[in-house]
Ligand binder design. Structure first.
Ligand code: NAP
Ligand code: ZN
Length: 369
């Protein structure tokens, strides 16, 4: 059934739309094992403080894979994932003040939060005490389940939209909305700076953003990867060197070397071994979230007074700061662009660590599919 959205306006258009139903093609799965299929769904009713975004590019984050394969618990099916969204504002609600039709914008992992708790008030919507609304697989303001960005359109509260600087194309900007902010935030929080020895553990979507951001801050960046296959590319990203963690004697040879380790690994990891690579009082920030619980011996923290911390994406203000930082330093994500029919194969390649460094779906390919 088509709904009437009397309060949506096309700014710059001739008149207020009498009715607006936000129908969109999406890529969805009906179960973890089913292939992706194209479906047409209706977005939730836009409100007066919402914007409608025509999506140009959508990144594939490993969290999409964990979620839709039920690796983090049972997801709500049918489900569309995707929380690295870049596009153009297509319509705005009557009370929207921040955006106009035609603005270049991005949406990350959040589409709403209470806005009132101390965390939201301080700009940490990602830590909303009343539970922020995730971009997909989350309960929305109207009780429906949010559907993500592998789609042509999305409806989002205006406060959860960021500006994409003109210097960044949509496809290289999309991954910044999750991979960018997730790595920027801990590097900023722990004040990583010039001269520090930083290791980025795992060179995938998050890792390659972590390398670029840490290098832009002047840190001496080492990539810790399973092999040296990506070493050339790592150098282009700003790493001083790449070390293969699978090489004999690796952990012994590099003991006590790093001030800061950014851990982006999506699978099981020997935390105790990697903590030994830190200098005394060094910090490991964990952003990778493997499905299984990991083991830790307290001795690995006590000896050398080390810090093990975690970090969950970032707030909206900081996401904008990160986008501006990337534009100012002249980099975006390094991507492989794919069409809507390529996503199943892309997932297998991500899990195999075989992507340099983010797959991005060109949503124009919905038209030909
Ligand atoms: P990704 O592109 O698949 O990168 C993960 C990297 O981890 C791989 O490139 C690989 O690096 C390494 N890796 C994978 N399997 C491994 C194994 N068995 N042993 C050792 N290393 C392995 O994934 P991503 O999109 O960057 O996401 C990484 C993780 O962060 C995921 O768990 C994701 O859910 C999580 N995440 C967390 C947040 C947050 O807010 N904290 C946000 C987004 C994503 P090499 O090939 O270089 O060895
Ligand atoms: Zn993500």
């Amino acid at each position: 059934m088509l709904k009437t959205i009397a309060n949506m306006q096309h700014k710059g258009g001739e008149s207020t739309l009498a009715s607006m139903s936000i129908e969109t093609k999406v890529l969805q799965k009906t179960s973890p094992d089913a292939p992706f299929e194209i479906a047409t769904i209706q977005r939730r009713d836009p409100r007066e403080d919402d914007v409608v975004i025509a999506i140009k590019a959508a990144g594939i984050c490993h969290s999409d894979i964990h979620t839709i394969r039920n690796e983090w618990g049972e997801a709500h099916f049918p489900l569309t994932v995707g929380h690295e969204i870049a596009g153009v504002v297509e319509a705005v609600g009557s009370k929207v003040t921040k955006w106009q039709v035609g603005d270049r914008v991005g949406v990350g992992c959040l589409v709403n939060s209470c806005g009132e708790c101390e965390q939201c008030q301080a700009g940490f919507e990602n830590h909303c005490l009343n539970g922020a609304v995730g971009t997909y697989n989350s309960e929305d303001v109207d009780g429906t389940i949010t559907q993500g960005g592998y789609a042509q359109k999305v409806v989002v509260n205006e406060n959860f939209v960021c500006r994409i600087p003109d210097e960044l194309d949509f496809d290289v900007a999309a991954p910044l909305l999750c991979a960018g902010i997730t790595t920027y935030s801990p590097l900023a929080a722990w004040k990583v700076e010039k001269g520090q020895k930083v290791a980025v553990l795992g060179l995938g979507g998050l890792g390659h953003m972590g390398v670029q951001i840490a290098a832009a801050k002047g840190a001496d960046v080492t990539v810790l990867s399973r092999s040296l296959k990506k070493a050339e590319k790592a150098k282009e990203l700003g790493a001083v060197r790449t070390l293969a963690t699978t090489e004999e004697g690796f952990f012994k040879e590099h003991r006590g070397e790093f001030d800061f380790i950014l851990n982006t690994i999506s699978a099981n990891i020997d935390l105790d071994a990697y903590l030994r690579l830190l200098k005394p009082r060094g910090v490991m920030a964990v952003v990778g979230l493997p499905p299984e619980q990991q083991k830790l011996g307290f001795g690995s923290l006590i000896m050398g007074s080390k810090v093990l911390t975690g970090s969950n994406i970032g707030g909206i203000r900081e996401t904008q700061e990160m986008l501006d930082f990337c534009a100012e330093h002249g980099f975006g994500a390094h991507i492989e662009k794919i069409g809507v029919n390529d996503v199943d194969a892309a997932y297998d390649r991500v899990v195999a660590g075989d992507v340099q460094f983010r797959f991005v779906i060109d949503t124009a390919t919905f038209e030909q599919a």
